[in-house]
Write a protein that binds this ligand. Structure first.
Ligand code: FAD
Length: 383
């Protein structure tokens, strides 16, 4: 039984800031397969239904919405994801301020992204930047505001952030880093964004992309342990018997790095969800669960650049470049104590599988080989 509080059947979120905004992907294409498939797989799909309360001792869920009532479970998987973090600024409630997490969010923004519209994007993370790129493609006048000294500061090397600043500028967006946002101006509708120095940037639309808050409350109100997400072990078990968690809401052991972290990636949601669901079934049958071991993987599309990130680029002490960044096709290896802990692939998606093997192996490879394009990635993976 699959329960979700959104009206739509399950759908992919990645296109929401990309091809859905530009109109290249119709909304139906984001759905995870045809509706008949759920019946075929014997899945009861309850959309428009919210799980309000969890009673772990009674193995009971209290639901509201289309299928309100109580439900007894044998095994429960919490995959409640996250909700957007709201801008804590005066004027953030004005008409014209948008966020992008759901189909509704994307569809309400899309018709406003018309040629000449003044769009201010607050937040230089992936969702903000993808939205900025989509808006530029549609002919909008775009300004990106980022409070850090560069873009993508949380997940990439500063050099990469600066490369993205240049990319957005080259494509006609205005990028302001170290921006201090003082308020959003307008009576009922947005007219501008006021910066700390008193400058007012005229705006018809403001798009805010400043991260998400994991939806842990269903679990924590029931006494389940959480710390930046619901804490799970390598099998997806939470601190309550028969309750599991996965995806954006779960704080998981990331084996390849020996850390516990919350990953906000499509691949983690898909692969983690499948692995934990398989464990739920195995344990119902009395079989042993298997650890979820996956090399983190994420991608982002902006303009003509496809970036893939393999591994979690945290705690690196050196970055080695392979290829010419000016060509738009190159790789970046993040090293920690000589070991490759993450790889950024720019327009080189075909090498991603070798990149995953390299990061998974956690080997120390000669820097000269990493930088040398004539040494194939396949051979580095085998080394
Ligand atoms: C615009 C956008 C672009 C993205 N692009 C990329 C990309 O290019 N590459 C990439 O790797 N990742 C991308 N991601 C991230 C990826 O989409 C997420 O990691 C993934 O959606 C997480 O899946 P999830 O099922 O864990 O959570 P979610 O997708 O958040 O789904 C959780 C669902 O649970 C529902 N829910 C919450 N609480 C309750 C409750 N109490 N009762 C019932 N239902 C509830 C929510 O409404 C939601 O429908 C993007 C995300 C967004 C928003």
């Amino acid at each position: 039984m699959l329960i979700g509080d959104e009206a739509e059947p399950p759908y992919e979120r990645p296109p929401l800031s990309k091809d859905v905004l530009t109109g290249a992907t119709p909304i139906e294409k984001t759905y995870l397969g045809p509706l008949e498939q759920y019946a075929e797989f014997k899945i009861d799909l309850w959309t428009g239904t919210r799980a309000d309360k969890l009673d772990v001792a009674g193995h009971k869920l209290t639901l509201s919405g289309k299928h309100g009532g109580e439900l007894i479970y044998k095994k429960l998987l919490i995959v409640t994801g996250g909700r957007v973090r709201h801008l804590p600024t005066k004027g953030a409630e004005l008409d014209g301020v948008h966020y992008i997490r759901t189909i509704d969010d994307s569809l309400s923004l899309k018709p406003k992204l018309v040629a000449g519209a003044k769009v201010v994007v607050i937040g230089g993370g992936f969702i903000g930047l993808e939205t900025a790129a989509s808006a530029k493609k549609l002919g909008c006048e775009v300004t990106i505001l980022e409070m850090q000294p560069t873009l993508l500061g949380r997940v990439c090397d500063k050099w990469v952030g600066d490369w993205y600043v240049a990319l957005h500028r080259k494509n006609g967006a205005n990028v302001i880093t170290q921006a201090v946002i003082d308020g959003i101006e307008g009576d009922s509708k947005v007219t501008g964004v006021r910066l700390g120095d008193g400058t007012v940037l005229p705006a018809d639309i403001v798009v805010v992309g400043i991260g998400i808050i994991p939806n842990v409350e269903l679990a924590t109100d029931a006494g389940i342990a959480a710390s930046n997400g619901i804490t799970v072990d390598e099998f997806g078990h939470t601190s309550a018997a028969d309750v599991y968690a996965a995806g954006d809401v779960a704080n998981i052991p990331v084996h390849v790095h020996g850390i516990q972290a919350r990953l906000e990636t499509w691949a983690n949601a898909q692969n983690g969800g499948m692995a934990v669901a398989a464990n739920m079934v195995a344990e119902l049958k009395g079989d042993a669960p298997k650890p979820f071991v996956d090399t983190p993987w994420f991608w982002s599309d902006q303009y003509d650049v496809n970036l893939q990130i393999v591994g979690v680029p945290a705690g690196w002490d050196k970055v080695v470049t392979r290829g010419n960044p000016d060509s738009g096709k190159f790789l970046l290896f993040y090293l920690h104590a000589g070991k490759v802990v993450a790889i950024n692939l720019f327009n080189m998606g075909r090498e991603a599988r070798f990149a995953k093997q390299i990061v998974q192996a956690g080997k120390s490879l000669p820097e000269a080989d990493l930088a040398n394009e004539t040494v194939k990635m396949m051979d580095l993976a085998k080394a």
